[in-house]
Design a protein around this ligand. Sequence first.
Ligand code: SF4
Ligand code: SF4
Length: 215
Amino acid sequence: MSKKQKPLVADRKEKGFIGVGLAPWAGFGVTLRTFFEKPVTEQYPFRGKFPPPFPRYHGRHQLNRYPDGLEKCVGCELCAWACPADAIFVEAGANTPDAQYSAGERYGRVYQINYLRCVFCGMCIEACPTRALTMTTNYELAAPNREQMIYTKDQLLAPMEQGMLAAPHPMRQDATTADYYSGQVQGPSPEQVEWVRTNRPEDPSLSGAERGAVR
Ligand code: SF4
Ligand code: SF4
């Protein structure tokens, strides 16, 4: 054995009388040292608030919208192909002049994520070409049965923000799909607001979008 090598446990000398007598106190020392410290255990969900995880934590997914309210998902299914757990199901639908949901030819007509399969690896969000799919830090995912663990599009779609105009409606007349993808669209145009007012006069997003319309 070289001088630098530590002796193997089997080769160490037996403890002496004092060492044997003090050994239990050395062990209890850890207990005694932490006995009067403030507990770090979170009593969630029975007490306290939802403890926030780290900002880049991979939690529940979200399907995002553009600032004018159109959906970012174009139904390409790349997320479903990238998923190693086969947890995503996408079925695309064609946008039409009367029902345009996304800034592209197609949109995600059916979108489901099975959270009994998902391992929260994030491969799907890396694969998404339009940043439609991202992950939130929400980890409150529990349900009393299997069906409720399959999240559908209405559960995954991001909530409408102030000034957004609910889809379907046409794209901004002054913007191309490339403008949408590159973040040039800042809100709904007066023409989009007018289109929704004509086709869905009772739409609740109209009043907010009228105020936030961007020329
Ligand atoms: S996080 Fe991973 S396992 Fe979950 S849906 Fe995305 S690719 Fe699939
Ligand atoms: S979420 Fe992204 S990758 Fe998945 S279908 Fe929609 S656009 Fe394609």
